[in-house]
Ligand binder design. Structure first.
Ligand code: TRP
Length: 368
């Protein structure tokens, strides 16, 4: 084989030097001296982000960007939102909304790479290659697929079945180590590891790291809904979810109407789920003294839910309003959004190209 001379050295996107060419086909020829760990995460642009997305995911991204240990790639998974029927004009506006929310939450295009999945053609290329290693049987067993086929019997398409393969391509295209996602993505991540391992062992290389879920807190952050449910989720009712673009009066209304019971009748009892949810939400946005005050009032039965909700509503407004203002400001500046995504796309493609180049070499898709 005519390879790149062994003395040729490339600086990879992980600050790693290694020999390319013939040597790259052998196990152990991809030493990972990486100073930084690569972090990848994405959001499907299927709705305006809500408090749960913000506290559970996006805030973690921002923390990682300021941590010198990590090199971050954060993207909008627009291809992933096509597995269910979509409206083109809605997609356009949701992609902008989600990008604006990333920026408003503090993601900094100077520190991390912010881009659209569909701006990186190497992702679908790797997806195609990984599809050759993905078995129909394992894909059919995925919980999210089984759920989706129940929800959309009329549209069980191949994209839905291979959703985890595309997600794996998103992640390993940058040879990522860490993926900040919630518990609901654990199975997808496990499949990503399987595909990475399968590739490595099929071609006898040590090329793709096996990426793991990442969270700063030992326990995943809990953000309950306002309907008594344990998780704020866009599949719940609109009134149970606080969206990052909700105006003040909407936030106030949603909170004042949230589910409560008739109140404690005996001292020192454990609050029911819907009341505990209000405490938990307060813990996210209110002063600790306010939370302590209402916890105590619950214990001695002097609590007035109306007062507690008013407190939560005002603190929630103080928390959300600055985010909403920044989102709206960013959305109004189309040229800025476009520039961020263009520059991010370039950086993402650069990193992706290096991976694809090696993958093609490893697989024998390099002919001359
Ligand atoms: N499946 C993820 C979700 O529904 C979105 C996603 C797509 C993703 N590709 C990814 C998350 C890569 C992390 C990494 O939330």
């Amino acid at each position: 084989m005519v390879g790149v001379p062994n003395s040729t050295r490339y600086l990879t996107h992980h600050n790693t030097f290694y020999n390319s060419g013939e040597g790259s086909r052998k196990k152990g020829s991809f030493p990972i001296f990486a100073a930084m760990q690569v972090v990848v995460s994405g959001t499907r642009p299927t709705g305006v982000l809500h408090l749960g997305n913000y506290l559970g995911a996006v805030r973690n991204y921002v923390r990682m960007q300021d941590d010198a240990a990590y090199e971050g790639y954060f993207f909008i998974a627009d291809y992933h939102s096509l597995t269910t029927h979509h409206q083109p004009h809605e997609l356009r506006s949701l992609v902008k909304q989600t990008t604006a929310a990333y920026l408003a939450a503090g993601l900094d295009p100077e520190k991390v790479t912010i881009y659209l999945q569909s701006d990186v053609p190497q992702i679908p290329e790797l997806y195609l290659l990984l599809n050759m290693l993905a078995y129909k049987g394992e894909l059919e067993k995925v919980a999210t697929f089984k759920e989706k086929i129940k929800q959309h019997k009329e549209n069980i398409n191949a994209g839905l079945l291979t959703y985890p393969v595309l997600m794996a391509a998103d992640i390993i295209i940058h040879r990522a180590h860490k993926v900040p996602v919630g518990k609901d993505q654990e199975q997808h991540l496990e499949m990503t590891r399987n595909f990475a391992k399968r590739f490595n062992s099929r071609y006898d290389v040590d090329f793709f790291p096996e990426p793991v879920a990442f969270n700063y807190d030992a326990e995943l952050v809990k953000v309950p809904g306002l309907d008594g449910g344990t998780k704020m989720s866009k599949s719940g009712s609109v009134s149970s979810v606080i969206f990052l673009d909700d105006p003040d009066d909407v936030i106030r209304k949603k909170i004042m109407r949230s589910k409560t019971d008739s109140g404690p009748t005996e001292p020192n009892t454990t609050p029911p789920q819907e009341i505990e949810n209000i405490f938990v939400l307060m813990e996210h946005v209110s002063d600790t003294s306010a939370v302590a005050h209402y916890r105590k009032a619950y214990s001695d039965c002097s609590i007035r839910y109306g007062d507690m909700k008013k407190q939560l509503a005002e603190d929630m407004i103080a928390f959300i309003a600055p985010l909403r203002h920044r989102i709206n400001e960013t959305l109004a500046n189309e040229a800025y959004l476009e520039r961020v995504l263009q520059e991010g796309g370039e950086k993402a493609r650069e990193s992706a190209k290096k991976t694809i180049h090696e993958v093609r070499n490893i697989m024998g898709l390099n002919y001359f």
